[in-house]
Write a protein that binds this ligand. Structure first.
Ligand code: ADP
Ligand code: MG
Length: 386
């Protein structure tokens, strides 16, 4: 069983012997919606063999020229999901292994990228009937913890924040904006962010729901319920396990970040520019900063400009640190969104080249204080019986 698990973890981290791992990049196509159908749009995306994405026609001559410049209208990803793909399949192919890895003290992050209305929030959060990655990950995590409750003790902490207009807000206890601080390991984190302990799936769901109600949502022309903020759900799993008869205990900490990015379209795509220019500019600032970080990472630059935005500072360890990272690029099938789709696929294609350090288990061995050894003996006994 242990061998199997190790193999699985190797596969997740995509190790190539150098301790590097590659970002896994997926594309998800959403079904054509009513508005698009009514506008008489045609489908301009085709997914072949579950991996290849073809842009099949152009909205206009300019698109054709732009596409030629980007060399090709065909992209290949780790997997590409056609519009009929159910939520649980997206979850199991993109995130399930990261949840397993987090239980082993490793870091993972999943982020959804794409234009407003392309299906990011549907993928991450989903609906009551069709829950998305965040919900399925919480369910899976608690199921896995319950299955191995004799194997150790797990503590799950949740935090949920949003970056809106270059301001960080705590979605679980709204109040003053949070500042960024660098911790001892050089990891940027929002200082004073609430960490709630969750004991069950239900509790995790309640926290998630509470956080969503606090999200900044603004109607835009493109999509009435779209959010112009970036939301980051962080799940920290602590495990302590009795190692051996000497009563040493092993502490492991794994962190999973699930990120719903704001729409990647340029501010030009919406016409309420004057009204929203500040917002538009800062969304662009974060996403622009994200794209320059991706560029710098792909080109192997020494200096990666994380400091240019709040978002990139928060994602620093997901992009360039020891972390197993997954990107899901969401696209619409309509030729009316051709430009955005092309842009999204272009960035997704570039992200494939990012190498991160494979996440090692964050593990620490501690000698138990005398007064706790009785409990430890009991735990060890239980572990053996298991
Ligand atoms: P975004 O967060 O990228 O702006 P949403 O996730 O809000 O976009 O999706 C826009 C609309 O399309 C929503 O009404 C959502 O329910 C629907 N939708 C998105 N993806 C899918 C899908 N794969 N299947 C069914 N409906 C979807
Ligand atoms: Mg959204």
């Amino acid at each position: 069983k242990i061998v199997q698990e190790t193999e699985k973890l190797e596969a997740v981290s995509n190790k190539n012997g150098t301790g590097e791992s590659r970002i896994l990049v997926f594309v998800r196509l959403r079904p054509m919606d009513k508005k698009e159908k009514e506008a008489g749009s045609r489908c301009c995306v085709r997914i072949v063999k579950g991996r290849d994405v073809y842009l099949t026609e152009f909205a206009n001559e300019n698109d054709y020229l732009r596409l030629k410049r980007l060399r090709g209208r065909h992209f290949t990803f780790d997997a590409s999901f056609p519009d009929s793909t159910p939520q649980h399949e997206v979850y199991s192919k993109t995130t399930a292994e990261l949840v397993e890895a987090v239980l082993h003290g490793r870091n993972g992050s999943v982020f959804c990228y794409g234009a407003t209305g392309a299906g990011k929030t549907y993928t991450m959060l989903g609906t009551v009937e069709n829950p998305g990655v965040m919900v399925l990950a919480m369910k899976d995590l608690f199921t896995k913890i319950r299955q191995r409750s004799c194997d150790g003790n797990h503590v799950v902490h949740l935090s949920y924040l949003e970056v809106y207009n270059e301001t960080i807000r705590d979605l679980l206890s709204p109040g003053r904006p949070l500042l960024l601080r660098e911790d001892k390991q050089g990891i940027m984190a929002a200082a004073g962010l609430t960490k709630y302990r969750a004991y069950s799936t239900d509790e995790a769901m309640a926290l998630l729901q509470q956080g969503n109600q606090n999200r900044t949502t603004e109607p835009t022309r493109v999509n009435e319920t779209s959010s112009r903020s970036h939301a980051i759900l962080q799940v920290v799993v602590l495990e302590y396990r009795v190692k051996d008869a000497s009563m040493n205990i092993v502490n492991r900490v794994g962190k999973l970040s699930l990120i719903d990015l704001a729409g990647s379209e340029r501010a030009l795509a919406t016409d309420q520019r004057t009204l929203r220019s500040l917002e538009g500019a800062s969304i662009n600032r974060s996403l622009l900063a994200l794209s320059s970080c991706i560029n710098a990472l792909v080109e192997g630059k020494k200096h990666i400009p994380y400091r240019n935005s709040k978002l990139t500072q928060l994602l620093k360890d997901s992009l360039g640190g020891a972390c197993n990272t997954v990107m899901i690029a969401n696209i619409s099938p309509s030729n009316l969104s051709f430009g955005e789709t092309q842009n999204t696929l272009h960035w997704a294609n570039r992200a494939k080249e990012i190498r991160t350090k494979a996440s090692e288990a964050n593990e620490e061995i501690q000698r138990l204080p005398e007064f706790e050894t009785d409990q430890a003996k009991l735990l060890l006994e239980l572990q053996k019986q298991n």
